[in-house]
Design a binder for this molecule. Structure first.
Ligand SMILES: Nc1ncnc2c1ncn2[C@@H]1O[C@H](COP(=O)(O)OP(=O)(O)OP(=O)(O)O)[C@@H](O)[C@H]1O
Ligand SMILES: [Mg+2]
Length: 425
């Protein structure tokens, strides 16, 4: 029963997924209100049933009440209870990215990460994502690498920032007015650093630094406030930072409320994917992992720098992954929001209502013209389904979520069709 995610439309023939489906990655797409989150919920249930550790990147957030049975009980009337029924999940841990005091909810632990544990390239892209910031980006990357390699291998963004400020002070030496930074630039062959670029770099770095980066070193937070997830056993690591190895386990569901803009979501996701991949590769964890990336358009529709970095991290892991048992479930509103290089790796397609035939063709190219035309008017929960290694595309009724989904938007969900239909003119 745990493997069942829906049935062929107007029949009792179940549609199920197994480990091989997860291992070859899954795309869930659908316009707003079409039933994506309910479908993803069934995949979470199925992945947990397979013994995977399920890591949910909950951007919306949809999965705060995952331990409670679905309260939309009427949705289950059409289903036999031995096949599909409401129940809350067990073995769930809830986290959120640390966003400052008071942002963490009672049931959650806040996650903080050291900037130096994040790949430098990702950090540069996340802090300076815009195309016209090339100079600031280069100066930031160059100076930070220099600082790390020559001054302080235990650097933090705050320490770096203070060092930049101090090193920019001009001093008189041998009749020359020069700063320490000028001398470093000279010795490194960088030429003269532009003061305006330095100003902009410093200002933006301070403004854009994520709250969850280096939070424990930042003096404004005390490490004993208990807001951070628990302590790593390794004494070489300062206490309180999030260490994925300690939290992952077979059949465990880790919900991480990311609560972030695309820049932060992309940076955090890339960090986590790499960390978890390393744990698998080194053999420190043996159970399979399923990554649930909901609202993936927030990453892939963002600035090019973020999109490219997230795409390459994801593709790198997907390419190497088969033997490593790491599966992805990617949910987006429309397939055109995903880079083609990611899309081609998603071998199972669960496609709810899309807004155009072009999107459908991209999402599920093997569907017949007829199915595609019908699917434009699908109701919630209806989907075109193509499971990895199944021969054909089917019109499916997806099962409602076993657990409660958080109701976030009070906005009425209206399609263009609804609006035209409701307008007597
Ligand atoms: N499988 C289903 N069977 C019956 N009704 C469903 C099903 N899936 C969704 N619905 C109905 O549609 C509503 C919206 O579903 P859901 O939140 O899963 O959509 P979504 O595509 O994730 O929307 P959003 O774009 O807002 O995230 C649900 O509250 C439920 O009433
Ligand atoms: Mg949703």
């Amino acid at each position: 029963m745990n493997n069942i995610i829906g049935r062929i439309h107007s029949t009792e023939i179940p549609i199920a997924v197994d480990w091989s489906t997860f291992k070859h990655h899954i795309l869930v797409a659908g316009a707003t209100g079409s039933g994506k989150s309910n479908t993803v919920a069934n995949l979470i249930k199925a992945a947990q049933g397979q013994g995977a550790c399920v890591i949910i990147y909950d951007q919306k957030p949809d999965y705060k009440n995952i331990c409670n049975p679905n309260d939309e009980t009427h949705l289950f009337q059409a289903w036999k209870p031995e096949v599909v029924k409401p129940f809350g999940l067990e073995k769930v841990e809830k986290y959120c990215l640390y966003q400052g005091e008071g942002e963490t909810e009672k049931s959650e632990k806040a996650i903080a990460i050291r900037a130096r544990d994040v790949s430098l390239e990702m950090l540069i892209n996340a802090l300076f994502p815009y195309p016209d910031e090339g100079n600031q980006r280069d100066v930031f990357g160059g100076l930070l690498s220099y600082y790390r390699d020559n001054k302080d291998k235990n650097w933090t963004l705050n320490k770096f920032s203070t060092w930049v400020r101090d090193s920019r002070k001009k001093t008189q030496k041998d009749g020359n007015t020069q700063s320490q930074l000028d001398r470093i630039a000279e010795s490194q062959g960088w030429g003269k650093l532009n003061e305006m670029t330095l100003d902009a770099m410093q200002r933006k770095m301070e403004q854009r630094k994520m709250q969850w980066l280096d939070s424990l070193e930042d003096n404004s937070h005390k490490s004993d406030t208990g807001i951070f997830s628990d302590i790593d056993g390794d004494s070489s690591v300062s206490r309180g930072y999030f260490v994925p190895r300690k939290h992952l386990d077979s059949s465990k569901v880790i919900v991480i409320r990311t609560n972030a803009d695309g820049r932060e979501y992309g940076l955090f996701l890339s960090y986590m994917l790499r960390k978890v991949y390393d744990l698998k590769r080194s053999g420190e964890i043996s159970f399979p992992i399923v990554n649930i990336v909901d609202e993936a358009q927030d990453i892939f529709q963002g600035e090019k720098a973020i999109r490219d970095a997230a795409t390459s991290t994801m593709n790198e892991i997907i390419r190497k992954r088969r033997s490593k048992d790491i599966g992805f479930v990617i949910a987006v509103q429309s397939v055109s929001q995903l880079p083609d290089s990611v899309l081609t790796n998603l071998n199972t397609r669960l496609i709810h209502r899309q807004n155009s035939v072009e999107e459908l063709r991209k999402a599920i190219p093997s569907a017949s013209q007829n199915l595609m035309a019908n699917s434009l008017t699908f109701g919630p929960g209806e989907a075109l389904v193509s499971i990895f290694e199944a021969r054909s595309v089917v019109h499916a009724e997806m099962a409602p979520s076993p657990f409660e989904l958080t109701k976030t938007s009070a906005k009425p969900r209206q399609t263009l069709g609804d609006q035209i239909g409701n307008n007597p003119a």
